[in-house]
Design a protein around this ligand. Structure first.
Ligand code: TXA
Ligand code: MG
Length: 306
């Protein structure tokens, strides 16, 4: 156990917050046993209290302990995708503070795939609640340095660059219905195939999130406008020349895993010295199951589509 992890656990016990690495993006964690810690997350992130936090667990037992409707679907999805970028929203147990769930009777639980953070949760002895470690509505952080830029006075565990690069897939699991509230790199197709292989008949659907915030129209936004080009024949000359004169084009490539891994880093880089960021998506990408998480984040970052 590293001294840093011990120190981080001590801070969390004392009602402070700590930046944590995960495979998706960095989180800003507070102990679920400390109301002061949870409050501090909302304060320093400038996040409204109506946006619920995800509870990060180190094992399946903890996830079961803080929820009340864990079923066979959850067993199969946890076995196949945990630790990993899948958050399951389930009915919460009474131990989960209302501040964490924004007063909802459900809670999002996820086991992140990062050894340092799993060790931290073990050392602390209970889960941590954590949103992404960015100021509200801004681009999520995928490195230690990104978190330090926004929160210079907060302790951050340096776990290197995030492997996945965009936030987890968030699903609700109630009875035999799986509802995708936020797409991510675990796709609808992967969830369906996994359930099918395990002989589970379930209805998997993409739905509007029951809570608006994570699905706010504008989220993950750089400072300069992002222009999403969906129509290959689009005429860029229709855009105001002041906006377009010093534009940067972000090339996504053809591999969705690679594209997700570098998306936020690239947006941050190009945001520094360009007048706008142009991102093109072709028809194949727009129709592909694998790309839906990436498309969702770009749409939320975009000021306009053409
Ligand atoms: O990959 C991730 O999910 C990252 C890392 C740090 O784990 N976390 C993350 O948290 O993206 P955050 O707070 O930025 O986004 C969590 C979103 C909320 O905005 C909301 O849309 C959804 O998860 N969520 C959480 N609890 C929910 C609930 N009880 N019902 C519906 N949606 C919920
Ligand atoms: Mg976030």
């Amino acid at each position: 156990m590293s001294a840093d992890i011990k120190k981080a656990a001590e801070l969390l016990r004392n009602g402070d917050v700590v930046g944590i690495p995960t495979e998706t993006v960095y989180g800003l964690a507070g102990s679920i046993a400390s109301k002061a810690g949870i409050q501090k997350i909302f304060e320093i992130k400038e996040r409204p209290f109506f946006d619920p936090l995800i509870v990060h667990v180190a094992n399946i037992e903890q996830a079961k302990a803080y929820t009340t409707n864990w079923n066979t679907i959850c067993d199969v999805l946890a076995e196949n995708f945990w630790p990993g970028p899948l958050t399951m929203v389930l009915k919460k147990s009474y131990e989960v503070d209302d501040l964490i769930t924004a007063g909802l009777d459900s809670v999002g639980v996820r086991m992140p795939n990062h050894a340092m953070t799993l060790e931290l949760i073990e050392e602390l002895g209970n889960p941590v609640a954590a949103p992404s470690a960015n100021k509200f509505k801004k681009t999520s952080p995928t490195s230690f340095e990104h978190v330090k830029e926004s929160f210079p006075d907060t302790m951050v565990l340096d776990g290197g660059a995030c492997e996945v690069g965009i936030e987890s897939t968030v699903i609700g699991v109630f009875d035999d219905k799986v509802s995708i509230y936020r797409p991510g790199m675990i796709s609808k197709g992967q969830i369906e195939k996994t359930l099918e292989k395990n002989n589970i008949v379930a209805n998997v659907e993409v739905v509007e999130s029951p809570v608006a915030p994570g699905q706010l129209k504008h989220h993950y936004m750089p400072k300069v406008p992002v222009i999403l080009v969906k129509d290959q024949a689009a005429d860029l000359s229709q855009i105001d020349s002041k906006i377009i004169e010093n534009s940067a084009t972000l090339y996504l490539g053809f591999n969705s895993a690679m594209a997700a891994r570098k998306l936020y880093q690239d947006l941050r880089e190009l945001d520094k010295d360009h007048s706008c960021i142009i991102i093109k998506l072709n028809e194949e990408q727009l129709a592909s199951d694998e790309w839906q998480g990436i498309i969702n984040r770009i749409e939320k970052a975009a000021s306009f589509f053409i």
